[in-house]
Design a protein around this ligand. Structure first.
Ligand SMILES: [Zn+2]
Length: 459
């Protein structure tokens, strides 16, 4: 059992390091449109939250200037020079945050097209993902984050974990300690935990991070275990890592008593979870291979990446997948997640894109459907991707709500997402830090990406 767990994590890391390689090049194919001084979205219905309660605010005008929402109200004067977007019978929803995303690294190593990086950034935005917490750092990414913030490259606002702490990258307590200081000084937003750290290395990292006011997040190394990770203050547990292992419920149905134990432990330590349920369902072998291979968005990743994902389903090395126990494990994860969140454990939304069948941006719709299957309402899911993410980054900026002073990151939808989540898939346009991208602009670029990644004889 243990071996297969470790192997699945190793596959995940391989996926991250080999399937997302790309180059950082000037954004020649991603021109940043001119923004007019003021944009007014008029007569629109805003999807808002009163506490955790979703509510609709009809007949609103939203004024955007620069990268900020300047004003929101039902009787605002519209400046004469404003560009008007009429929102009649449409809905305005705050942009989503992908809390466990990946941005391709700088060097292509000749494996993937140089355009891949810009395409990944664009696909997030085209699906209304306006913020990404990047969960595996590479040296060029701090510059990339700056370039996006300065408007020199089109992409979601990035918060970045540095190069990861893992059994491969860390050999001693001293090295773990120094690397925390180094990453803080370099300007990374958080530290990424991968499997393989010893308990001593992990605890040195944790205490240094606390002193340096750095968050650390990600996996739970096997030698550390869930309880020690929570006690040490790991800010998020991603993929619900270590939860089922803690009560040894990966191959049989989890009990109510075990769920209560995990809920109590999580509440006591104030952890936030990033479940990535859809990706994990695929990874543990509980996905539907036929459905996965039919995802239309697979046409939007390079043929090599697509083939790597298809090979994963066929790979004889993954034949340890046991559909019965995989399904039990998935059911346990779904049941546990619902119990955690309903008991008050904060959930933020993440999909681990780009990763096995998790295409940047498009993966949010797969995750929404999986969370709905777990029993979550669409209002709870939207909350986790907007308000909860904004709360998580409250010390850095104001976003995740359509409010005066917030970053102007939102999407215009053709119908009410609270009654039908597919409204999010059919968005009419995206406002990205005050820059309006309409449906036509998005579709043109999506078609261009699809054409670039068509299978050819060489592939
Ligand atoms: Zn990841």
């Amino acid at each position: 059992m243990r071996a297969s767990q470790v192997y699945s994590l190793a596959l995940l890391c391989i996926g991250v390091t080999t399937l997302t390689l790309s180059a950082c090049q000037p954004a020649l194919d991603a021109p940043v449109p001119e923004t007019s001084a003021v944009t007014a979205i008029t007569n629109v219905t805003i999807v808002d939250f009163d506490g955790r309660q979703a509510q609709l605010l009809p007949g609103q005008t939203v004024l955007v200037e620069g990268d900020r929402i300047q004003a929101v109200g039902s009787d605002l004067a519209i400046p004469a020079h404003a560009t008007e977007i009429i929102g009649t019978e449409q809905y305005l929803l705050a942009g989503f945050t992908e809390m466990h995303g990946h941005v391709p690294p700088a060097a292509s190593f000749g494996q993937l097209p140089e355009r891949y990086l810009n395409d990944v950034l664009f696909l997030y935005v085209a699906n209304g993902v306006t913020t990404v917490r990047g969960m595996l750092g590479y040296p060029h990414q701090l510059q990339l984050k700056q370039d996006i913030a300065n408007g020199q490259r089109l992409g979601p606002t990035l918060y970045l974990a540095g190069p990861s702490f893992s059994g491969n990258s860390i050999e001693s307590v001293e090295q773990a300690t120094q690397r925390v200081i180094d990453q803080r000084d370099e300007g990374w937003d958080l530290l990424k935990i991968h499997p393989g750290l010893t308990l001593e290395q992990y605890q040195a990292l944790a205490s240094t991070a606390a002193a340096a006011d750095m968050d650390f997040a990600g996996h739970v190394p096997a030698a550390v275990g869930l309880e020690q990770a929570l006690a040490a203050g790991q800010r998020t547990i991603d993929h619900l890592d270590g939860y089922l292992e803690y009560v040894d419920a990966t191959q049989r149905p989890i009990t109510a008593a075990e769920i209560n134990q995990l809920v109590e432990l999580s509440l006591r330590h104030g952890v936030t979870v990033v479940p990535t349920q859809a990706l994990w369902q695929t990874l543990i072998g509980a996905g539907n291979a036929e459905a996965l291979t039919a995802y239309p968005e697979l046409a939007l990743v390079p043929p090599q990446v697509r083939q790597g994902w298809l090979d994963f389903l066929d790979n004889p090395r993954t034949s340890y997948f046991n559909a019965d126990t995989a399904q039990i494990q998935h059911n346990n994860r779904q049941q546990l997640l619902l119990a955690l969140v309903r008991a008050g454990v904060p959930m933020v939304f993440g999909t681990d894109a780009p990763q096995l069948f998790s295409v940047p941006g498009y993966s949010i719709h797969r995750e929404i459907a999986t969370l709905q299957q777990a029993g979550f309402g669409i209002d709870e899911i939207i909350y986790s991707a907007t308000v909860a993410a904004g709360d998580y980054f409250a010390e850095q900026d104001h976003f995740g709500r359509i409010q005066p002073g917030a970053r102007a990151d939102f999407m215009l939808l053709p119908s009410n997402p609270l009654t039908d989540a597919s409204a999010i898939e059919r968005l009419e346009g995206v406002m990205l830090r005050g820059q309006w991208l309409d449906r036509g602009t998005l579709d043109t670029r999506i078609a261009e990406i699809q054409a670039a990644y068509q299978d050819t004889a060489q592939n």
